[in-house]
Design a protein around this ligand. Structure first.
Ligand SMILES: C[S@@+](CC[C@H](N)C(=O)[O-])C[C@H]1O[C@@H](n2cnc3c(N)ncnc32)[C@H](O)[C@@H]1O
Length: 267
């Protein structure tokens, strides 16, 4: 992760969860969508890669009640620190690249299910890193990438929306990377309507709740907030939050006729 993004998360860590404390329904809804898409089972060995503060992992664990600790992987020590004290979550300081290139080994592998929510845009070489992560999957294992679409309808200022569209990877490209990694891949979208008190949302913008906003100076953020206020005089902001769900599955390879007939074969 480039240094400016790293610093961004070190600064944001203490207040990250507060941003969503006013939308508990959203966190639960998203965790349920993740559990459903991955068909999570209590016996699965799981990892949330780029888990941040574990805000969503906590809810997933609450829904699935995993038998193995849910491995929460993130390169940011400050983000991971927020996980302390949750018995079902195992924090592991590493990047997706560390896992993909086997510099760090997870204790519970191969993985039956792994997900990466709103972190894939931080990968320098998404094709290579996703291919490496795919090799960590057990036969039948699933890898889910949750990401924002190529354009968003957030009530942000124009310059931020334009910058977003320049930087955000296209979910279709991510789907192609998973296919190239040998996974059976699908791309779907889910949507949730967020309703937030306007002042709360503006405080989130000022706190740079999206890493994108860390690309703007304090003056630009204040000018952006003035622009948002002028465009949205209403006390509550309501907007669709749409996510691409890219699911890859490692098929169980059926044994070849020769393997099945081999002496000692249990099949
Ligand atoms: C927008 S936050 C999302 C956190 C969490 N998944 C969520 O949805 O609340 C992005 C996270 O990706 C992490 N990250 C950045 N670069 C990464 C990398 N190369 N591999 C894994 N995680 C990374 C950051 O430290 C940060 O915690």
């Amino acid at each position: 992760m480039p240094g400016d993004a790293r610093q961004h998360y070190e600064r944001l860590a203490d207040t990250y969860d507060d941003n969503w404390a006013y939308s508990p329904g959203y966190v639960r809804w998203m965790a349920a969508r993740i559990a459903e898409a991955l068909d999570l089972q209590p016996t699965d060995r799981m990892a949330d890669i780029g888990c941040g503060t574990g805000l969503f992992a906590r809810e997933v664990a609450d829904i699935v009640v995993p038998q193995h600790p849910l491995q929460c992987v993130d390169p940011s020590a400050a983000m991971l620190k927020q996980i302390d004290g949750f018995a079902s979550l195992l924090p592991i300081q590493a990047s997706a690249e560390d896992l993909a290139e086997r510099r760090v080994r997870l204790p519970y592998v191969p993985l039956d299910a792994a997900w990466m929510k709103e972190a894939v845009h931080h990968l320098v070489d998404p094709a290579g890193t996703l291919a490496g992560l795919a090799t960590l999957l057990a036969p039948g294992g699933r890898l889910l990438i949750v990401m924002l679409p190529a354009s968003i309808e957030y009530p942000l200022f124009d310059a931020a929306l334009r910058r977003y569209e320049e930087l955000q990877p296209d979910p279709a490209d991510i789907a192609r990377h998973l296919t190239a990694a040998g996974l059976r891949t699908s791309l779907t979208y889910v949507e949730h309507r967020l309703t937030l008190d306007r002042e709360r949302y503006l405080a989130m913008v000022r706190a740079r709740y999206m890493s994108l906003l860390s690309l703007f100076s304090d003056e630009e953020i204040e000018a952006g907030i003035t622009e948002i206020r002028a465009r949205h005089p209403e006390p509550e902001l309501s907007f669709p939050d749409r996510f691409a769900f890219i699911l890859g599955r490692r098929d169980c390879v059926p044994p070849s006729p020769a393997e099945a007939a081999a002496p000692g074969s249990a099949r």
